[in-house]
Design a protein around this ligand. Structure first.
Ligand SMILES: [Cu+2]
Length: 448
């Protein structure tokens, strides 16, 4: 017996012994067995394993159905999710562009939102003008991407699955039969599925001290203001093409939040609103100044104080995310519908890992949510939440007639960027007012 065969035999023997000891019957005798009699083991199984050269690995398809027929008629709610695979050119900092690969022309791809137990019917269309084939792997599906293979230009393919587990799950291109998957994902072909728990979200409990040594528990209703933040990296050549060599060395060109470096930081329109001057920056890094960036314009995220805020966060990338909000504590961290932590400062997300963060911003202010890895912060992993009215705009907004009465969040005067609000998709819905159109108008009123 050569070494390789010997090792396989050992693995097979351990597996069969495991099955013998802890098999489906679980009798007291088996569990309490004192010794293993090799003569009593199933010799046929051993021979079979040996003859085929070891154990065969089988990918689970427990909840998957590549043929939609059965699941579509199962009586469950069926949610259709239609994606196209398209290569497009997108802007990055410094006035350059890069060759992006996208689902439906946007990065991240459209967000799927379903309720636990729903059937998802995913259809991927590749236009005939597209330069390459694409695939799709939804981590909510418990199904191997290998079953889906690749969809060629000019073709359409689909699969169905039951979204059995609640939580936030990545989906991504699986390349051309898994080849080039890194290039396709790191060039923009990713998104999330939010699977809401069948019994809904839970109330948020926040502990507060009264100052007399007592702890008061404050409860917030399960309804919350929701945002999504997806972290990734770009690895690019100077020409804006994917650089596999840089990826292997983890030398990223940029860190992106929802596809943008410094996604959701102030822009020149905010400068005009707050400082009365487009050139007076209100944040250290404002790379997207300039209204010519239009839909790629960075925007702030507006929340109320004392409001339950829920963040769906996914690490789509290749490097860890140490999620932290400067000046805040993450009141609750949930993964897979199970609470992982409460009142924590930072939470680590490995690659292809997601979480739901529930929190309340206690005081008016501007709070930077970051990946607390300095290389990531300086290359783009900073996002600014503005809570309450820290800039004292309410009296002026009321006096100038922009709003009839003071508001608890600038969101009620200016809205929040649709790309951060799930289900996202400025491009997907078209039903939105662009902040980069609204803010200059408001600022003009205030400064006139
Ligand atoms: Cu692809």
């Amino acid at each position: 017996m050569n070494k390789r065969v010997s090792m396989l035999f050992t693995i097979a023997a351990v597996a069969v012994m495991g099955a013998t000891l802890f098999g489906s019957t679980y009798t007291q005798t088996q569990i309490a067995g004192q010794s293993i009699d090799m003569d009593q083991m199933d010799i046929d199984v051993m021979d079979k394993i040996r003859n085929m050269g070891g154990l065969q690995l089988v990918m689970p398809e427990a909840f998957a159905e590549t043929d939609c027929g059965v699941l579509e008629n199962s009586g469950r709610t069926v949610v259709e999710f239609n994606l196209t695979g398209e290569s497009v050119e997108l802007p990055i900092m410094g006035g350059k562009t890069y060759n992006a690969m996208t689902f439906s022309g946007q990065v991240p791809g459209p967000t799927l939102r379903v309720t636990q137990g729903d059937v998802v019917k995913m259809t991927l269309t590749i236009p005939d003008w597209e330069v390459t084939g694409h695939g799709n792997d939804m981590h909510a599906s418990q199904m191997s991407a290998g079953n889906f293979e690749s969809v060629n230009p000019g073709e359409v393919s689909q699969y169905c699955y039951i979204a059995e587990s609640a939580g936030i799950f990545k989906y991504h291109c699986s390349g051309v039969k898994l080849i080039g998957m890194d290039q396709h994902v790191l060039s923009g072909m990713y998104g999330i599925a939010i699977v809401d728990p069948a019994n809904g979200y839970k109330k948020l409990m926040v502990e507060k001290t009264s100052g007399s040594g007592e702890i008061d528990r404050k409860f917030y209703d399960a309804d919350a203001l929701e945002f999504q933040l997806q972290y990734n990296q770009l690895y690019l050549t100077p020409e804006g093409n994917y650089d596999a060599g840089a990826m292997f060395q983890h030398h990223n060109t940029a860190t992106v939040v929802n596809g943008m470096q410094f996604g959701y930081v102030p822009n020149m329109a905010h400068n005009l609103l707050v400082n009365g001057d487009v050139n007076k920056n209100i944040f250290v890094a404002q790379p997207w100044n300039g209204l010519e960036h239009k839909q790629y314009q960075s925007q702030l995220l507006f929340v109320e104080n004392d409001q339950h805020v829920r963040l769906f966060i996914e690490n789509q990338g290749n490097e860890p995310v140490f999620f932290h909000i400067v000046g805040e504590i993450l009141d609750r961290v949930v993964q897979g519908n199970r609470v992982q932590s409460a009142a924590t400062e930072t939470w680590l997300l490995g690659g292809s890992q997601g979480m739901i963060v529930d929190l309340v911003f206690d005081e008016p202010g501007a709070y930077a949510a970051v990946n607390h890895d300095y290389a990531a912060i300086y290359t783009g992993a900073a996002t600014v939440f503005v809570a309450g009215d820290p800039f004292g705009l309410n009296p002026v907004l009321v006096e100038k007639g922009v709003i009839p009465a003071p508001v608890a969040s600038y969101a009620y005067a200016l809205g929040n960027p649709s790309s951060a609000v799930p289900p996202m998709g400025a491009k997907a819905s078209g039903d939105y007012v662009a902040l980069w159109e609204v803010i200059p108008v408001v600022a003009e009123i205030l400064t006139s």
